[in-house]
Design a protein around this ligand. Structure first.
Ligand code: ADP
Ligand code: TRP
Length: 321
C-alpha cells in the first residue's frame, strides 16, 4: 500500500537540534517513501503564543527551517495548518465523541496541571485538534518524536470511535517513531525544549553553539579519571553528530580517562559546528518571499484533498442534505 504521510511541528519557538533528530530528520527521510504532507501547526501554537508579530515570525522561520533541512516543496506539500480550517470543523465533531475523563489523561493536560498552569480549553483540546490534523488527510503514517506517542494513540482511538459511530471513514494512522532515537538532552541534562533555555538552536551561530556547550555543568572528575559517557550530557549531545567509527574513538576517550571536560567540550563544539554551518548558510539564504511562495503553493495543492475528505465526513455525520 502506498503511504500517505502527514506530520507537523508547532511554530512555537526557535527550532533546536532535539526537534531535528527527534522528528524533522525522519520527515526529510520519508519524502522518498510515499506522498508527504507536512505542515506548520500554527493553530496549536496559539496555545502558547498570543502575539501576532511573534506568531508570524515563527511561522516564517519554521517554514524556512523545513526548506533548509531538505524538505522539498516539489515532492512534499508544505502548508500552514490555518490554511486548512476544516480541521477545526472535524475537531469539533471529534470533541463530541471524546469524553472529558479520557482527555484528562493526556500528558499535555496533565503536565500543565502539574505545573499549576492555567489550562485553556484550547490546550485541553490539543490532542483532538492533532487527531483532526491527521484524519482530515486520512493519513496512513505519522512521523513524530517519542513524546508524541500518546497523541498518536488518541488519534487512532478517535478514528476507531468515529468509524464505529458513523461507519467506516478513516484508516487508523500508524505512528512512525524510531525507538532508538533517544530524547535529546538539553544543556542542563533535562529534555531539550523550546520552552526552556537549555537548547542548541538548529541554526545557531558559532558563538551560540560555543556558549551553549560551554554552559553544560560538569562534575569534579579530574582529567585522568575514567568517565561514564552514557550519563554525560556532553557526550550524549556529541554522539548525535558522530559516525559509528568516530563514536568509538570519542567513547574510548571518556572511558579510558586522560581527557578533561574542556577538551570534551571543544571536540563537541567542533562537531556541532561542522554539522550546523551548512544548514545555517542555507537557512539564511531563504527569503521571506521564498517562504510565502512555498506556503501559497502548498495551500493550493492541499485544499482539494481536504475539501473532498471533509465532504465524505459531513455525509457520514449527516450534515449534508
Ligand atoms: P518542544 O518540546 O521543544 O516545544 P515540540 O513539542 O514542538 O518541541 O516538538 C516538535 C517535535 O520535536 C516533536 O515530534 C517532538 O517529539 C520532537 N522533540 C522535541 N524535543 C525533543 C527532544 N529533546 N528530543 C527528541 N525529540 C524532540
Ligand atoms: N503536537 C505536535 C508537536 O508538538 C505537532 C503536531 C500538531 C502534529 N498536529 C500534528 C504532529 C499532527 C503530527 C501530526 O510536535
Amino acid at each position: 500500500m502506498s503511504q500517505l504521510i502527514v506530520s507537523g511541528a508547532q511554530p512555537s519557538g526557535i527550532l533546536h537540534i532535539g526537534n531535528y533528530f527527534g522528528a524533522i530528520k525522519q520527515m526529510v527521510n520519508l519524502q522518498s517513501q510515499g506522498e508527504c504532507r507536512f505542515f506548520l501547526a500554527d493553530m496549536h501554537a496559539q496555545t502558547t503564543i498570543s502575539s501576532a508579530e511573534q506568531l508570524q515570525s515563527n511561522i516564517i522561520d519554521l517554514a524556512r527551517a523545513y526548506l533548509a533541512v531538505g524538505l522539498d516543496p516539489e515532492k512534499t506539500i508544505i502548508f500552514k495548518q490555518s490554511d486548512v480550517p476544516e480541521v477545526t470543523e472535524l475537531a469539533w465533531t471529534l470533541s463530541c465523541l471524546a469524553s472529558m475523563p479520557y482527555l484528562m489523561r493526556a500528558h499535555s493536560f496533565k503536565d500543565a496541571q502539574a505545573k499549576d498552569k492555567e489550562v485553556s480549553v484550547g490546550l485541553f483540546n490539543y490532542p483532538i485538534l492533532m487527531a483532526a490534523d491527521i484524519l482530515i488527510h486520512n493519513a496512513t503514517l505519522v512521523p513524530v518524536g517519542k513524546d508524541q506517542k500518546q497523541h498518536l494513540e488518541i488519534a487512532r482511538d478517535m478514528a476507531r470511535k468515529f468509524n464505529s459511530t458513523y461507519g467506516h471513514t478513516f484508516v487508523e494512522p500508524e505512528a512512525y517513531i524510531i525507538e532508538s532515537v533517544e530524547i535529546v538532552p538539553g544543556t542542563d541534562g533535562e529534555k531539550m525544549s523550546k520552552s526552556k533555555s537549555n537548547t542548541i538552536p538548529l541554526f545557531a551561530t558559532h558563538d551560540e553553539i560555543k556558549k551553549a556547550i560551554m554552559s553544560i555543568p560538569t562534575d569534579s572528575a579530574s582529567v585522568a579519571d575514567s568517565k561514564n559517557p552514557d550519563t554525560n550530557t556532553i557526550y550524549r549531545i556529541h554522539k548525535l553528530f558522530l559516525t559509528p567509527e568516530q563514536d568509538e574513538v570519542v567513547r574510548a576517550k571518556y572511558v579510558d580517562g586522560g581527557m578533561g571536560y574542556k577538551e570534551a567540550k571543544d571536540m563537541c563544539i567542533e562537531s556541532v559546528e561542522h554539522f550546523i554551518a551548512p544548514l545555517r548558510t542555507k537557512f539564511n539564504s531563504i527569503s521571506d518571499e521564498d517562504v510565502k511562495k512555498v506556503l501559497a503553493q502548498g495551500k493550493e495543492r492541499v485544499r482539494p484533498h481536504v475539501i473532498k475528505q471533509m465532504e465524505i465526513i459531513r455525509a457520514a455525520i449527516g450534515t449534508t442534505l
